[in-house]
Design a protein around this ligand. Structure first.
Ligand code: BGC
Ligand code: BGC
Length: 840
């Protein structure tokens, strides 16, 4: 079992090693038939510029394939993650591709320097050559989704939702070009971008990856970003230097799932699927996109990874897409009858390459068997390999030297270069949408400006998810050497023009300011971790109270709101004289001051030009808002003020009856020593079973509970064993299967008494699949700190069968059989930092 521990201050972590047992395999498929192709439904648009077969390339593929062994062919179908594959593995396994997932990085350190990325690319390249046999160049894919965002120092662009507000397809091409160039600097070949989802329910945690709820905007951007990344490709034109392969994702319907549930079921008509959710693909294909990523979601219950009609009949046959289809992170494992380590069904349906981060080794063996026993037909295998080789040939990879010798590689000064940052800063200016302005903006620079709020000087909040780490967590100012926070931009603009800027962490001031700028919003998140039950903005009350206090004191207020989606924030809007939706701007916080702070004469230096690409909700539950549901829009799609427009926003309804305190408890079990309702802790020694309620003290003969002080009064739960017993956390049925596949960890903040002899076993409550236990005392007793520790255990290290976590009633068990004591402060799911692995 892998885990990371941090003592005292967050950020310090140690990776320790435990045991994981590999999964046994069984045969799932008994049919090797490819069904007759069906005819595309009438709604799917035609593609006018299909790519034509290039005889020279096809001949070369014939030649290569003639010399490839079956294992070499099967290897092309598999992509492994660098957290689980080493260059040495490539000397043995003929894999087609590698990737770095959101948390994966050289040495397991997402904040390692850029040079380490390039040398790892070289190491993989060399190992691939060393293997012998028929050498096919390796492809390294990375989520360069808002700039080359996994690498320290790179230019970080606004997330797609902000770019959608800019309404500028040409800007997408420029961003794509810069992103590609910075990616080539560190040796990767392929970006998992663009996301062309049309998000239709803003509860979805990936809303910010969508340019717009409007398919027309997505379609107008899709081709241009592909052109930026890949360059202009024609039938005979190879990928030029400084460009990378692009993949449009996630095909198809990712933004249309019921209730906005990530990886959920899209229950829309074929017409809506084709005309709304697929809108970006024809343009991407016409622009030459070489790869399409299959989506985690299903369409009317059938997972896209196994959807032959959509992957083969529509994408490949109807649209003539002749590149390859890559899967998403173990997404094939969700196809009915499949596991992450075996899924011939997906290949037969039209998937060409499995994204098999940690499952690749067994998947390789099983896929080889599938080919040998006919579950995967020879024709389908050959077609998949042909497509992958075609893309590699078109990318010119066969003629390229090792990554560090390629043009631009190692030119680290290109990362976050001035020219690149200037484009990102322009994108920030263009993305800002002014929702309200009672005349306070632009701020005169000769004034006294108070700046506060949790987003004012916080690069994590400003850049969002998919930045250095998967969830965007753990990012401090120092991790962004080529960047500026929003505060730094404001300070520079105000100071340089003779005004006074004051950053106040708690919002207080000595001398009365002329205006207060409060920067606040959502914390970073990615994928399903960002799914919400409603679209209400919840802060801890701090910013709202500040805004109100300033106003009472007659100080005008400006809200700069950072969020991955439009959120109902009427109370904050009411308390603000001006309200700016700034989305997730990225590394160039200075772009905000450019628009907010006037020149010396009090005239705006840049006007607001951003227009909402998503409608803004008028109610905490108004999550579905596109044109057909417009009556719930407070600010309609397309809204956005400029300095010449003085439209007043009347006092807004604050919906006092809506419960803003309720939180999603499926991932939070214990806070400050208390179970969060509906969770409860039950003590069970086989004879007595008692549930902890309120602040009571509980005792069974073998196990007792008392409150203890940690950081404040009674904020820890102290469990003391004298015999055989369990402390069980339960109270609602939770599905942690997706969280386990997504590499979330169980995070425990606790103190284990080192003086007691017995150990405490931590275990998940999923029955026989959860028999692995974690020795809590051994792991948490650290003589060096002898105190409180935070332990993160990747869920996938607690079971070999993550699907078994789909319906747990009592998810967490602590058991001991002798004298043992632990004090618990917090228990929740959280991101796994670094590439914590389950080691053998
Ligand atoms: C995401 C993709 C991403 C991939 C690799 C998946 O979980 O859905 O968007 O490209 O991981 O990080
Ligand atoms: C990876 C991401 C991936 C996600 C899947 C994470 O562990 O780092 O790249 O998208 O799991 O849900």
């Amino acid at each position: 079992m892998g885990l990371s521990r941090s003592a005292g201050q967050p950020g310090l972590s140690v990776i320790a090693a435990l045991l994981v047992v590999s999964v046994a395999c069984s045969n799932a498929l008994n049919s090797n038939e490819i069904a007759e192709p069906s005819v595309a439904g009438e709604w799917w648009p035609e593609i006018t510029q299909k790519r034509v077969v290039e005889p020279a390339i096809e001949a070369r593929i014939d030649e290569l394939m003639a010399s490839m062994s079956v294992p070499e062919k099967v290897g092309q179908l598999i992509q492994a993650d660098i957290a689980d594959v080493t260059p040495d593995d490539l000397k043995v396994y003929p894999l087609g591709s590698i990737l770095n997932g959101g948390n994966s990085a050289p040495n397991g350190d997402p904040r390692i320097d850029a040079a380490a990325w390039l040398s790892l690319a070289d190491a993989f390249h060399a190992a691939n050559l060393e293997r012998g046999g028929t050498t096919i160049p390796l492809l390294w894919g990375t989520d360069a989704v808002h700039g080359h965002n996994n690498v320290v120092g790179a230019t970080i662009f606004p997330h797609n939702i902000g770019l959608g507000a800019a309404r500028d397809p040409d800007l997408m091409a420029r961003i794509g070009e810069i992103t590609a160039l910075e990616t080539v600097v560190t040796g990767q070949d392929w970006s998992f971008a663009p996301t062309v989802a049309v998000a239709r329910n803003d509860r979805w945690g990936r809303t910010y990856e969508s340019y717009s709820e409007d398919p027309a905007i997505v379609a107008s951007y899709a081709g241009r970003i592909v052109e930026g990344l890949q360059g202009t490709v024609t039938n005979t034109q190879r990928l030029r230097d400084g460009h990378v392969l692009s993949s449009a994702k996630h095909f198809v319907g990712d933004g249309g799932t019921a209730d906005g549930i990530d990886q959920g079921d899209t229950r829309v008509s074929e017409k809506e699927l084709a005309t709304v959710h697929a809108a970006g693909y024809p343009a991407a294909i016409e622009a030459g996109v070489e790869i399409v990523m299959a989506s985690f979601n299903s369409w009317h219950g059938e997972k896209l990874h196994g959807h032959r009609y959509l992957l083969t009949d529509i994408l490949k046959d109807h649209w003539g897409f002749d590149g390859f289809v890559v899967g998403d992170w173990n997404g094939h494992g969700q196809v009915e009858g499949c596991r992450t380590t075996e899924c011939p069904q997906a290949i037969m349906a039209g998937l060409d390459m499995f994204m098999a981060p940690d499952s690749w080794r067994e998947l390789f063996a099983n896929t080889l068997n599938n080919v040998r026993d006919g579950a995967i037909s020879e024709a389908r295998l050959n077609d998949a390999v042909r497509r992958i080789l075609r893309v590699k040939l078109r990318a010119g990879l066969f003629d390229k030297p090792r990554p560090s010798l390629r043009r631009y590689a190692g030119e680290f000064k290109l990362l976050g270069s001035e020219a690149h940052r200037a484009v990102a800063r322009e994108a920030v200016r263009r993305s800002l949408v002014l929702l309200k302005n009672d005349g306070i903006l632009p701020v005169r620079p000769d004034s006294r400006v108070l700046v506060t709020g949790n987003g004012a000087h916080d690069m994590g909040r400003q850049t969002g998810g998919w930045t250095l780490s998967w969830q965007g967590s753990g990012n401090g100012r120092a991790h962004f050497p080529n960047a500026g926070s929003i505060w730094e931009g404001l300070q520079q603009a105000i100071d340089s023009q003779g005004g006074t800027a004051i950053l106040s962490a708690d919002g207080s001031y000595d001398e009365r300011p002329d205006v207060a700028i409060v920067v606040y919003g959502e914390p970073p998140y990615a994928e399903f971790v960002g799914d919400r039950n409603d679209v209400a903005y919840r802060d801890d009350g701090v910013h709202l109270a500040q805004l109100k206090r300033y106003r009472e004191a007659g100080i005008p207020t400006v809200s700069v709101f950072l969020s991955g989606r439009p959120l109902w924030s009427n109370r904050h809007i009411n308390a603000s004289d001006a309200f700016v939706a700034a989305w997730l701007p990225g590394s160039e916080g200075g772009g905000i001051a450019d628009v907010l702070i006037a020149d010396a004469d009090g005239a705006a230096r840049f006007d607001f030009t951003g227009r909402l690409s998503f409608s803004w909700p008028n109610h905490p539950e108004a999550a579905v808002l596109h044109a057909a549901h417009n009556e719930h829009a407070l600010f309609a799609f397309g809204y956005g003020l400029s300095y010449s427009e003085t439209e007043t926003v009347a006092e807004l309804d604050e919906w006092p009856s809506f419960d803003l305190s309720s939180m999603d408890t499926t991932q939070t079990l214990l806070v400050r020593g208390s179970p969060v309702r509906p969770w409860s802790v039950t003590l069970d020694d086989g004879e007595v079973s008692q549930e902890l309620s309120g602040r009571s003290r509980l005792v069974t003969p073998a196990l007792s509970v008392v409150r203890e002080d940690y950081m404040s009064q009674e904020d820890a739960l102290r469990l003391s064993w004298t015999g055989d017993a369990h402390a069980i956390v339960g109270g609602q049925t939770v599905d942690w299967a997706r969280a386990a596949n997504g590499d979330l960890s169980l995070v425990i903040e606790a103190h284990v008494d080192p003086n007691t002899m017995g150990d405490i076993a931590l275990q998940l409550g999923c029955g026989t699949a959860c028999e692995d236990t974690l020795p809590l005392r051994d792991l948490m007793h650290d003589p060096a700190t002898a105190g409180w520790l935070t332990l993160s255990v990747p869920l996938k290290c607690l079971t070999q069968d993550t699907a078994a976590l789909a319906a747990m009633e009592d998810p967490v068990w602590l058991s001991a059989s002798g004298t043992a004591t632990v004090a618990l402060h917090a228990l929740h799911l959280g991101p796994t930092e670094g590439s914590a692995r389950c080691l053998k």
